[in-house]
Design a binder for this molecule. Sequence first.
Ligand code: PLP
Length: 456
Amino acid sequence: MTMITNHMPTAELQALDAAHHMHPFTHGNQLSAKGARIITRAKGVTLTDSEGHEILDGMGGLWCVNIGYGRKELADVAARQMMELPFYNTFFQTSHVPAIALSAKLAELAPEGFNHVFYAGSGSEANDTNLRMVRTYWAQLGEPERNVVISRKNAYHGSSVGSGSLGGMSGIHAQGGLPIPNIYHIDQPHWYAEGGDSDPEAFGLERARQLEAKIEELGAHRVAAFIAEPVQGAGGVIIPPDSYWPEIQRICDKYGILLIADEVICGFGRTGNWFGSQTYDIRPDIMTIAKGLSSGYAPIGGSLVSDRVAKVINACEFNHGYTYSGHPVSCAVALENLRILEEEKIIERVAHDTGPYLQEKWNSLAEHPMVGETRIIGMMGSLALTPHKASRAKFASEPGTAGYICRERCFANNLVMRHVGDRMIISPPLVISKSEIDTLIERAWISLDQAEKQIR
Ligand code: PLP
């Protein structure tokens, strides 16, 4: 077989890819008809594809490359760790320095009362851990019937059987017999799409109070936990009204149910603090982490576990774990990533410098005739495409058609922006500079113009 390298013609790479590689969240027919976009290199915020295009990555990979691409320090740490100890497990009372060091660092960075971490290989696995951990917590406390977890429609918590069930995405539930029993979903706090004529803050309260109604309906003695992202990411960067989180917190406190904050996207600076829970003043019991933990340089996820929960779980043997729980190379890479985030004050810049700059520029896109609203916090933003601003009308075409057209125009203009239905979203590397932000906004505006001509 010939060597397959970056230097092969794109069409040949695409043909081999379509023939042998099954992609996540991709329609196989489209893959063979059109071929995949093949990324060959990346540096800073810029991707290079097999055709030599230089593309500004407005999505930070998949919301994860917080420190930007091409940081040699992480590669050096990985190489050193691979030579010293490429693998050892953390089962059966065994440990190693990278896992110990990363755990201690996470305990230092996390909000007060979070001194423990259980590792996984990904966010999905970490949420599977959480599902088992909250049920085990209540069983250990003599309440095994408390096994229900409440989540939200259109939430994304991963795509494994457990995490896909915790999520509330209809496309995921439609395949493979999900959700599994004892997981219930309340409505999301998505005012733009579902708020009608209501006041956004009143709507936020109404949506939060659905949690209380669901607890009452099921019986508080059956409810183990509520899980939510501080800001729904994959659902379309849905920033809740200010009234929402305080009311959710009040309800969780009132019924004593555990609160799981899924920080897979919001964690490690995305919202301008180390954790989204800090931005929204949420006091969770468990936080799911992944993505920005290693800036995507190595696969790693985990559950940050509060003292309240850890005390109970540590009092038994939790029969759970993954071969790659606390993988030494991933832990070493994550630790180096945290060092860079901290020493280079990247999160401070998101909070006080480049973040506000991006927010101002992003919000200027609201002047575009096809943009119904812009929303942004830290460095995660969204905008709604609409044929009619004032009424927040939807397009006559199949939902997602306008978003798809806009996304394709962005690619043609060397910008990665993702679409969720007819919402466009960004989540760039947190190191994006002001001039790169200008370029992002210019390309977005041109793409919106071109998409508008194609749609109308
Ligand atoms: N939770 C949230 C909020 C996510 O956005 C994601 C992935 O996008 C996950 C969990 C799943 O993480 P992973 O893809 O690493 O399994």
